[in-house]
Design a protein around this ligand. Sequence first.
Ligand code: SME
Length: 154
Amino acid sequence: MTKHREVKRSEAIDRVHELVKEGGCGAIQEVVGSLARWFPQYSWVGIYVVHEGMLVLGPWTGAQATEHTRIPIGQGICGAAARSGKTEIVEDVRKDPRYLSCFVSTRSEIVVPILLDGVVVGEIDIDSEMLDAFTEEDRLFLEKIAELVAPFIV
Ligand code: SME
């Protein structure tokens, strides 16, 4: 995938807002692709949707597909964030026993719940090949992105 210059987070928020305003549900795949393009440290970006007590993989982008296309709520980092409704940041996935391994190159991960009317309807899952890649800025930024896409997660 071609990586472009790093986009400022504030600019990214405006652009995602535009994308979902124009494209609704159909824009989610583009949002996922854009996040990975704008932020080169985001190696793999995916959205899981909550369906009958499971997290089901929706749009994603990255070099490889994950075998974890259905994750029970409560399992892995993804399941923990879905259960608590709180963002999970893992600085070093090799040190977190909850971690469900997808890619050997992953070093850190962030999982941001997508809430609609206080209910977790999905989540944004991002892997990075960089150790400790996700900052407080990333958390606030991605929580804003989660808010913007929430009405369009089905
Ligand atoms: N690592 C996640 C599983 C999903 S993959 O990263 C795409 C977890 O521990 O829940």
